[in-house]
Design a protein around this ligand. Structure first.
Ligand SMILES: O=C(O)CCC(=O)C(=O)O
Length: 267
């Protein structure tokens, strides 16, 4: 992607709160990823659709897409961390459950984490986190595609903006596209009125100093981290892991005790 196009995506996120990157995955990669989700669907109730990078090689592709990573890091810094990787399969007749902004569970919008001094206001001066949706199906007006309220990322108050529901627009996106949005943006799936499943991957990112939805440095399997190569430690927040020993006993780059304190390692 040339600089001009990259800048257009950056500006679209700044102004509207989201952008759509096309051709992130090929049709063949989308189909393989959907098949992997189908294999995992039987275990869905027991977390089969969570932390997918640990579950099949096809999911490891996601954080190896250079343009995608460049955009994430443009907003969240070079050490941005992966906060989750969830599967989504919206059945015919489902979806459209309502609009929300992300970060209520473990992010900075967590209701219990609001301080009186915040005066009910969100952080809008900086992008604190991004969510990304990989469209494994084509996203259309009628198959459960994501809907967004453009510009709502700038609303400071915590409550849903008054006209959000009327202003929400469903995003059309070709199969293999990625929707990237500021997690302050009000959004949600729409109703799937088609006869097919709508498949997607939901892949949120945060600043390295925020807590992720999972402690990725501990969740990621050793072989997955190794295959992630030199980007792996940043993506999985290895050096962001808070030490459980004193600083002089801790190897920050490896997220483990220094070798002379290996006997203090906690699994
Ligand atoms: O599945 C979708 O289209 C929306 C997903 C969503 O709302 C989220 O990841 O927070």
């Amino acid at each position: 992607m040339d600089q001009g196009e990259f800048d257009r995506h950056v500006n679209h996120i700044l102004t509207h709160g989201y952008t759509v990157l096309t051709d992130m995955l090929s049709v063949e990669e989308c189909d393989k990823t959907c098949s992997a989700l189908e294999r995992l669907a039987a275990e869905r109730a027991r977390g089969g659709f969570e932390c997918l990078f640990n579950k099949d090689l096809v999911f490891e592709r996601i954080y190896q897409l250079p343009t995608y990573l460049r955009l994430i890091r443009h907003f969240l810094g070079a050490d941005a961390i992966l906060s989750g990787m969830h599967g989504s399969r919206i059945e015919p007749g489902s979806g459209g459950g309502g609009l929300h902004a992300d970060g209520e569970l473990t992010g900075y919008l967590r209701p219990r984490s609001q301080a009186t001094a915040d005066r009910g206001k969100r952080i809008t001066s900086h992008v604190m986190s991004l969510n990304t949706i990989f469209c494994l199906s084509e996203f259309t007006q009628s198959n459960g595609a994501t809907q967004v309220v453009a510009g709502s990322h700038e609303v400071e108050t915590l409550d849903i903006p008054e006209t959000a529901v009327e202003r929400a627009k469903i995003i059309d996106a070709p199969k293999g596209s990625t929707i990237v949005f500021n997690t302050n943006l009000w959004h949600g799936s729409s109703k799937n009125e088609s006869a097919e499943f709508r498949y997607a991957l939901l892949v949120p990112w945060r600043r390295c100093w925020q807590r992720g939805e999972y402690e990725m440095a501990r969740v990621v399997k050793d072989d997955v981290l190794e295959r992630a190569g030199e980007q792996g430690p940043a993506i999985f927040g290895i050096d962001a892991l808070a030490p459980y020993l004193e600083r002089w006993q801790w190897d920050r780059d490896r997220g483990k005790p220094l070798s002379e304190f290996a006997h203090l390692h906690r699994a």
